[in-house]
Design a binder for this molecule. Sequence first.
Ligand code: ASP
Length: 492
Amino acid sequence: MNKKEVDNKGVFIIYTGGTIGSMPKDPNDPDSPQVVVSWEKFKELTPQLAEDYLHFKVDAYSTQPLDSCNIGPKEWKEMADVIKKNYNDYEGFVILHGTDTMVYTASALSFMLKNLAKPVIITGAQLAFLFNVRNDGFQNMITALQIANPKYSKIPVIPEVCIYFGGKLLRGNRCRKINASGFEAYQSPNYSPLGAAGESISVDERLILKLPQGKTFTTQTRMEKNVVAINFFPGIQDGDILKNILSDEKLKGVVLMAYGAGNIPTKTEVMQYIKEVTDRGVVVLDVTQCGGGKVELGMYETSALLLDVGVVSGVDITPEAALTKLMLLLGDEDMTPHEVALKVQQNIAGEQSLSIYTTEFKSKENQVDTENNRVRIPAADIEGNWETADQIDRIMLRFRNGKIQKKSEKTYVDIKLFINIESNETLDEAGDKFLGTFSRIPNDTPTILFFDITEKARRLLEKRSSFTVVMASEGFFTWDSVELTVFKKETI
Ligand code: ASP
């Protein structure tokens, strides 16, 4: 066992209650309902927290001990404030927490703690150790304390909010509670465990977030509470409930827990209700209600309807992370709802595998050359912070209210796209500015039209880029506005 190190700052515990801090109400009746005990009582019954046992110092702060069902933004702010106050004085932090809302707390804190360079490990218990000899809580707590003290444990510093539970170390904002009673209560379906604890503690360094270089730790804790998660189910499209929820004037954000890859009923009324809220400035984020996988919204025309009504994509974010991220971004008084809608699609703390960057072109200034059936979309600064072309997963050019009409009998209309061509420049399909020919069936009703230009644009896209649209003689193409979306890979 490691010996006490002189320069080890120890770990700071935030005790919030939950099963890990519970005992039967009547000490003489083990079957009486469990209640959470005070931190003083918890400490008194846990001599192993002494420095002589742990080989490093442990100090603590207690919120009002609660069943975690009663935890919310007020307590998340309290926890973030406590971490900020004690940030420089400890190697890391452990939060003892009830299991029910642990994932929400982990997600909220991952967004609240900015430029985190120390481990924040959240844990709890399915079976409390204060009165059960057979339990999971004790191992969970001791291992979490050791993970939060990388100097002592000789493991890499994990600059993240994690959940350690049942032998697994997981990124907190990727977790879901998947078992109400088993000792392996959590999984992170879309991201591999960061580490494991068996005979020894191992951490996969490739998976953990990079240390924030040269940036100072800070917190952002203001949260908007007028948000709602709507879990779609067959039948919701036929009643008034959806309309009633969405028409609440206080509503600021919605997490649409959609089917599969982000689909919801396409019934006109449903789309109309959603359009009404997005027009009002409510941010609507589409996530999947499945246990894992991602929303494909915005990648293919099949989900164009949702984009048409102003919904944005959560990619592979969990509903818990989506909700808390939305609460935090909407809580930022300096951001407009439109800015939030753009920002919520981008990774903040490792919660999603892709970030979506949207560049809106000023299409009113389109340079139209009717003679040659050619329209130049003037250059704009392209949003996004990728460094190499390999980091780009996909690039889509989207035309809102796009309508293609044909002049001849041909079933398809060919649309040719070029990048970074001057208005009087000759077009060369063999040249390196040609993005391709896209054959499209003419459409009667305007909709969002997508062009997947990844293959060529991945290497040709510059920090400031323009596009030129050329229609083959058999048709013409009109639209209201153009945007470019770049999907950047955020994980290895
Ligand atoms: N209801 C308890 C809580 O979340 C359950 C637990 O801790 O496991 O506080």
